[in-house]
Design a binder for this molecule. Structure first.
Ligand SMILES: Cc1ncc(COP(=O)(O)O)c(C=O)c1O
Length: 430
């Protein structure tokens, strides 16, 4: 479906959400409530990808300089409050996280502190570091449900820190319970203990307006194809590369740019800075990794440009308001106790809402039933959500929940309709 409004002459900053929905290549027969897995691409992003790929098809031009993406990185870095030397366009959040973990100096005397609510992207890479280098992996299970508070989450990390803890890793928004983690408070805690911080921010770019430097993190990996609605196979990797004491006074950690064709063939890299002036472009060392898809980076930059024109703060407010709307409907239709996502502490809200669809408590650990529920929603009603599995403190079982995810292109009515269908189907299956 083509866009119905000429957005070259209409300001996206004031366009209605109904008009903005037309920007997206959404299938009109489906209800897309799964941006946490993959966002819908705007038509312009698809077109940019195709056009730039065509421009480079069969050409004799040198593809290596543009494979460093200097302009796209500078443009996207500005959107996130950082500089080109701190930002890498990678393939997805998983690759970004793997490169962070593989790039740190971790050994048998070190422990990393993370949560059992992390994506496999984080947990499998830490287990690899455990098996390979003897690193100890300490896990906390995050509290979940309507009453969880920010303070409880920070306290859980604080209680689990040990003298061996060298790294703290946590999601920006957890993919299971949709808890928006208190990143700044966790970084303050880590900094007080001299600990390196990593955020798995697969669900952050395009959802929130953020200044990465102000978050105080050392490293962050995000997805370009989820809330940012760029093409599949795009991600953002942020590496703190300068010291701004007001945000993070700790020295830059030793970091090895794994997967690099820029790392010197002989000798070492330039020394990293101890001030706010860059001495070693870590972004270039990581970005320089052989030939790359220029079309994909161009399309991600186009998605970011569209976000700026609509307004990143405006998009964040919209996505959160729709998530809040979905949460209220879940409470009305399924009861407050069905929620795994935070409710009363709004600081923890995200557009990701997880809940138990079925009445019987034991159905919360019935994987087959929740899988069948999600499959039937898709097959019979063209409603696309996902199921998630995670630990709950004190419970001997893994819990399985339905997860709904809202984004700027969703509408209140479609969320209402979809949740009513879910309530009816859950009743029928209960
Ligand atoms: C919190 C979180 N981390 C990591 C990932 C993996 O992201 P990617 O597909 O960009 O590697 C996901 C995917 O859903 C996620 O939700």
């Amino acid at each position: 479906m083509a866009a119905t409004i000429d957005f070259d002459t209409t300001s996206l900053a004031t366009a209605s959400w109904e008009a903005i929905r037309d920007l997206f290549a959404l299938d009109p027969t489906t209800t897309h409530l799964n941006t946490g897995t993959i966002g819908a691409m705007p038509h312009d992003v698809v077109e940019t990808y195709v056009r730039v790929t065509r421009e480079w098809a069969g050409s004799l031009a040198n593809i290596y300089p543009p494979s460093l993406y200097p302009e796209y990185r500078a443009q996207i870095a500005r959107d996130f409050g950082v500089d080109q030397d701190e930002l890498v366009i990678c393939h997805n959040a998983t690759e970004g996280i793997s490169r962070i973990i593989a790039g740190l100096d971790l050994g048998p005397d070190d422990a990393v502190l993370t949560t059992s609510h992390e994506c496999f992207s984080v947990l499998s890479n830490f287990n690899l570091a455990h098996n390979r280098f003897g690193v100890r992996v300490d896990l906390v299970t995050l509290p979940s449900g309507p009453n969880v508070t920010t303070e409880e989450i920070v306290a859980a990390f604080e209680a689990a820190l040990t003298p061996r803890t060298k790294v703290m890793a946590f999601a920006a928004t957890t993919l299971y319970t949709g808890t928006r983690m208190p990143i700044r408070a966790l970084c303050d805690l880590a900094q007080r203990h001299g600990v390196i911080t990593i955020a798995d921010a697969a669900l952050l770019p395009g959802m929130a307006e953020v200044n990465l430097r102000e978050l105080g993190l050392d490293f962050l990996a995000g997805s370009g194809s989820k809330f940012q609605c760029g093409p599949l196979g795009t991600g953002l990797l942020y590496v703190r590369n300068k010291v701004f004491p007001e945000h993070n006074p700790l020295p830059l950690p030793r970091f090895w740019p794994v997967i690099s064709t820029w790392y010197p063939l002989v000798g070492d890299m330039p020394k990293r800075t101890t001030t706010s002036v860059e001495t070693c472009n870590m972004g270039d060392y990581l970005q320089s990794a052989g030939s790359a898809s220029i079309g994909r980076a161009a399309a991600l930059a186009k998605a970011c440009e569209l976000w700026n024109r609509i307004g990143r703060r405006r998009i964040e407010e919209r996505a959160l308001e729709l998530g809040w709307h979905a949460k209220r409907r879940v409470v009305e239709l399924f009861g407050e106790s069905a929620l795994y996502s935070p409710l009363h502490d709004t600081r923890l809200h995200s557009p990701v809402v997880a809940f138990k669809p079925f009445r019987a408590p034991e159905d919360a650990w019935n994987i087959n039933k929740v899988m069948a529920f999600v499959d039937r929603l898709e097959a019979e009603h063209r409603i696309w959500i996902r199921w998630v599995e995670f630990e709950v403190p004190g419970s001997p079982h893994m819990h399985y929940a339905a997860r709904v995810c809202t984004h700027l292109f969703n509408e209140h009515d479609e969320i209402d309709r979809a949740l009513k269908v879910m309530a009816r189907l859950a009743d029928e299956m209960s």
